[in-house]
Design a protein around this ligand. Structure first.
Ligand code: PMP
Length: 286
C-alpha cells in the first residue's frame, strides 16, 4: 500500500505528491512545521501543536492557509487512510510558490503550501532506548536567534546529529555562552538533589509542547521544577538528565561528553516522568 499524503487540499499516493521548485520552503527555508505523535490511533497533544503552529505563522507574518481550520480533520483522515496505530504526523506550511525566486515575500494572495504525511512507528511508546538511556555530546549552538519559532531551517540540528553519531553518541545538546540551550530536536533537563532543572522559555529555545505537559505533570506530582539556564558542567555533575520531544516523549540521558551520570542507567525521576507522561497523554489523546 502506498502512503497517502496531503498536499494543498488533495490526498495523494506519495509518488504523485509534488510541490513547485519555486516553493519558498525549498528555496528559503521559509516554512514552519509541527510533528504530532499518534498512540493507539489517537493524536497526542494536538491542541498544543495547533496553537504553536498558529504562533509560528504569526511571528513570521506568514498567511494562514485556508486549511488551518480543517487540520484536525486532515490529521485524523491521514491516520485512518494510512492505518496508523503508533507513529508521527509531520505537517509543513510554507509561504507558497510564487512565479519566480525573489527574496521579497510573495504578493498577497499567494497560497501557502500545506503538506502533511504520516510515519508509521509501531511500538513508539515502548522505546528500547528509553530503557537503556542515551548518550549525548555537547556542541556549540550556532543557530539563528528565533528558535522559539518552529521553522524548517534544520541544517544545523541535522549536522549536530551527525556530529553525535561520529562521536559514538546518540544526540547533541547545544551550548551558548556556556549554557545549555536545548537538544538538536528536543528540550534538555537535568535533575539534581531531586530538583528538575530546565532552561526557561525565551527566544533561545523552542517552546516544547512535551516540555509544557511534562512540567505540568511534574508539578502535579509535587516534584520541584526550576526553570533556569544550566551549564554543561552542571549537567555532567547532575544525578540524572533527560530530554523531551513529541516523538521521543521523555528520554533518559545517561552520558554527557563521555561522562556517565549517576549509576549510568536511566534515573528514577526521568523514568517516572516518562510513565506519567505516556499514561496521561494516552488518556487525553483525541
Ligand atoms: N527543541 C527543538 C529544537 C525541537 O526541534 C523540538 C522538537 N521539534 C523540541 C525542542 C521539542 O518540542 P516538542 O516537545 O514540541 O516536540
Amino acid at each position: 500500500m502506498s502512503r497517502i499524503v496531503y498536499v494543498n487540499g488533495d490526498y495523494l499516493p506519495e509518488e504523485e505528491a509534488k510541490v513547485s521548485v519555486f516553493d519558498r520552503g525549498f528555496l528559503f527555508a521559509d516554512g514552519v512545521y509541527e510533528v504530532t505523535s499518534v498512540l493507539g490511533g489517537k493524536l497526542i497533544d494536538f491542541d498544543g501543536h495547533f496553537k504553536r503552529l498558529q504562533r509560528s505563522l504569526g511571528e513570521l507574518d506568514m498567511p494562514a492557509p485556508a486549511a488551518l481550520d480543517d487540520l484536525l480533520e486532515i490529521h485524523r483522515a491521514l491516520v485512518t487512510r494510512n492505518e496508523i496505530v503508533d507513529g508521527l504526523i509531520y505537517l509543513q506550511i510554507t509561504r507558497g510558490a510564487p512565479a519566480d525566486r525573489d527574496f521579497a515575500f510573495p504578493p498577497e494572495g499567494t497560497e501557502p503550501t500545506v503538506v502533511l504525511f504520516t510515519q508509521s512507528k509501531p511500538g513508539l511508546g515502548e522505546s528500547p532506548q528509553a530503557k537503556q538511556g542515551i548518550k549525548v555530546i555537547s556542541i556549540e549552538d550556532i543557530r539563528w536567534g528565533r528558535r522559539d519559532i518552529k521553522t524548517v531551517q534544520l541544517l544545523y540540528p541535522s549536522m549536530g546529529k551527525m556530529m553525535a553519531k561520529k562521536a559514538g553518541a546518540d544526540d547533541a545538546w547545544m551550548v551558548e555562552d556556556g549554557l545549555v540551550t536545548e537538544g538538536t530536536s528536543n528540550n534538555a533537563y537535568i535533575v539534581k538533589d531531586g530538583k528538575i532543572i530546565t532552561r526557561n522559555l525565551g527566544t533561545e529555545i523552542l517552546h516544547g509542547i512535551t516540555r509544557a505537559a511534562v512540567l505540568r505533570f511534574a508539578r502535579e506530582a509535587q516534584m520541584v521544577v526550576e526553570e533556569r539556564p544550566f551549564t554543561i558542567e552542571e549537567a555532567k555533575a547532575a544525578d540524572e538528565a533527560f530530554f523531551t520531544s513529541a516523538s521521543a516523549f521523555v528520554m533518559p540521558v545517561v552520558e554527557i561528553d563521555g561522562v556517565s551520570l549517576g549509576d549510568g542507567v536511566p534515573g528514577v525521576v526521568a523514568s517516572r516522568l516518562r510513565e506519567i507522561y505516556l499514561e496521561e497523554s494516552r488518556k487525553a489523546a483525541i
